[in-house]
Design a binder for this molecule. Sequence first.
Ligand code: ADP
Ligand code: ADP
Ligand code: ZN
Length: 232
Amino acid sequence: MIVVMLGPPGAGKGTQCELLGEKLALPHIATGDLLREAMARGTPLGQLARPYIERGELVPDDVMINIINEWLATPGHEHGFILDGFPRTVNQARALDQALARVGKGVDRVIYLSVPVEELLQRIAGRYVCPQCGASYHLRTSPPRQSGYCDQCGSTLTQRPDDRREVAERRMAVYFAQTAPVIDYYQKRGVLSEVNGAQSVTAVLDAELAILLTLPSRTHTRTDRHGDPSQI
Ligand code: ADP
Ligand code: ADP
Ligand code: ZN
């Protein structure tokens, strides 16, 4: 099963992808985490991405499409996967469709997490993240067991520089201009499910599982053009 998690900054994509990945035993990739790791390591990708991320703007499509294509080509994604933070433009969505079509696959379901903007800004303001494993916490709504440290791996939690109010507002504007059209793109393909993201983490997860676990069976086991059953 191939799932895309779509939603504005702070909607809960990272939180839900972690949980869904465990429940469905699917790998997931968070492009924001991948870019932040590259920045922390000072790789060429990190150096390229830094100015965009610091301004709250999108990293160019060709760079992101290459990243996803490389990730798709690595082993371990045969049984499906979950994408967090990709695609973020209609161009990226088209490129993903093309890449998947080449191997006889397609996006099975897009979960669109909708959350009011004021709630998003509050979530972003209180967000603490684990630089090591990408886990996301919130000062008020989901604090770690030991203040300042990751429950999963014990690393010291940090705040993202792009979560500062001015940058967060810019990211929100970029989302509405460049990412919101992706909602329409998937709606027209009939694979979009909107989930109310302004509920508790477990209520959102339950709503997502209800959608994903009742997908018609052909979306779990699909026969490709050559007649070989391939589990995706
Ligand atoms: P995204 O990946 O979409 O930017 P995150 O998963 O990082 O979003 O969540 C943003 C912030 O909101 C984090 O601090 C997270 O702990 C918190 N959060 C996530 N889901 C919920 C929820 N359902 N209710 C309240 N806070 C949430
Ligand atoms: P959020 O969790 O708030 O939605 P992410 O961690 O997914 O944010 O992304 C952080 C930043 O990384 C984005 O503001 C953008 O600059 C960059 N980025 C991540 N994914 C993409 C993408 N698919 N296309 C372009 N830029 C991206
Ligand atoms: Zn961690």
